[in-house]
Design a protein around this ligand. Structure first.
Ligand code: ADP
Length: 401
């Protein structure tokens, strides 16, 4: 072997060694980097694990802090978790279907409808002799259902209704007697002074107001307690509106107002004619009271506009399931003083009056009665108003079928 060849081999070996060393260096660098990444990942994993544990603890604490039973179900309506309150109720059977765990068709269908994405309103159902209101919310993996025991509320409501019914019953006899005594006194009091006449008239007015209050209170209590069942008939809406208008015509004429029945003559619906007439009378009575001049119109909304109104109701917190296929929307429009926007949600409350200084008399019960009647028909009542321009009350009436 020549010296040149040996030197060549040494040079090549040297080069190979340098290349190998460089690769080794790169590999070592990579390994260091990799172990840094692994360390970083491990740190992140620890942080995530801690966050998860905290979440789990928070979820458990939240579950226990909520005294109402809470149940989680997956998309197949299998119970996946619940809190202690649900456990105490005996419905926390993880792994079982909701229907097997709670034995309630209402609860199961509420969960089903919620998971299917249908906007669901709270439902009431009985369990172990108690009344519960259930509300469900959907999430990606299923739904969470919260139950609220409303038995006590129901009992208190019943006690309040009984109390009001008894009071109004007891007040009726002395009020009738007072009214008769005042009539007799008036008939036999030809020689009293004009001032005494005025006092006597005021006494009669006050007695009449009290009698009306007692009458409306007892009506409201009867409707609320279901003692006034609705007689659902296929009936002419036009006729019912006409009767209500005819009865209030003298009052409207005295106030110089026109009332127009714009309901199509062939329009029919499925409702209790006496009760819907009462709703219309209350609305027309108010429209007359609060309209200094102009016109009052009763009409039925065309399907498109009715759909728009129902969509608005659907967007509200208590929502609605009603559609234009189920109901007609009747409107009573006036050109009166209007109602401030912030008062609109409260006008259907018992005894609520927008502005007591308006001095228009009234008990504050007319709209509460109207609301109960409409709700007993499975419907809704609401109002739109512009101050100084007028108010339109809307209520639904079931379609004929
Ligand atoms: P009231 O016996 O006082 O009329 P309602 O329950 O019928 O009781 O009405 C409640 C309140 O709503 C009324 O006192 C009035 O302030 C307001 N209101 C009702 N209807 C109208 C209307 N058409 N225009 C203006 N305000 C109205």
């Amino acid at each position: 072997m020549s010296t040149a060849f040996t030197i060549g081999i040494i040079a090549v070996s040297f080069l190979v060694i340098i290349i190998l060393l460089a690769q080794l260096r790169r590999a070592l660098d990579k390994a260091t980097h990799l172990s840094d990444t692994v360390r970083q990942l491990r740190r992140q994993l620890d942080t995530t694990r801690e966050a998860l544990t905290r979440c789990e603890e928070a979820k458990e604490a939240l579950g226990e802090a909520v005294f109402d039973p809470v149940i989680f179900v997956d998309n197949d309506r299998q119970v996946t978790a619940c809190n202690n309150a649900a456990d105490r109720l005996g419905i926390c059977k993880v792994g079982n279907s909701l229907i097997a765990a709670a034995r309630s068709y209402e609860l199961d269908s509420l969960a089903g409808d919620t998971i299917a994405g249908r906007a669901e309103l709270p439902r009431e159902f009985a369990l172990h002799n108690r009344l519960f209101r259930a509300q469900a919310i959907r999430f990606t993996g299923g739904a969470v259902i919260v139950l609220r025991d409303v038995s006590e509320l129901q009992r208190l409501g019943r006690a309040r209704r009984d109390f009001v019914a008894n009071i109004s019953h007891e007040l009726r006899t002395p009020l009738t007697a007072m009214s008769l005594l005042l009539d007799t006194f008036r008939a036999e009091s030809a020689n009293i002074t004009p001032a005494q006449q005025r006092l006597l008239r005021q006494m009669q007015d006050q007695t009449e107001s009290l009698t009306q209050l007692v009458q409306e209170l007892s009506e409201l209590t009867q409707i609320e307690s279901g003692q006034m069942p609705m007689r659902m008939l296929r009936a002419s809406l036009y006729d019912v509106v006409s009767t209500a208008i005819t009865r209030l015509l003298p009052q409207a004429e005295r106030a110089g107002l026109r009332i127009v029945n714009a309901v199509p003559e062939a329009q029919r619906g499925l409702f209790d004619p006496d009760q819907i007439r009462r709703v219309l009378s209350n609305l027309l009575h108010n429209a007359i009271k609060f309209t200094p001049q102009g016109q009052i119109t009763v009409f039925v909304l065309a399907d498109e506009e009715a759909d728009r109104q129902l969509q608005k109701l659907r967007a509200e917190p208590n929502g609605t399931d009603l559609t234009v296929e189920d109901v007609l929307i009747v409107g009573v429009r006036d050109t009166g003083v209007g109602i401030p926007r912030e008062e609109l949600p409260r006008i259907f409350e018992r005894f609520y009056k927008v502005d007591r200084a308006r001095g228009q008399g009234g008990t504050g019960l007319g709209l509460a009665i109207a609301k109960h009647i409409v709700e007993a028909h499975g419907g809704r009542i609401w109002a739109e108003s512009t101050l100084g321009k007028g108010t339109t009350f809307y209520f639904t009436v079931p379609r004929e079928g």
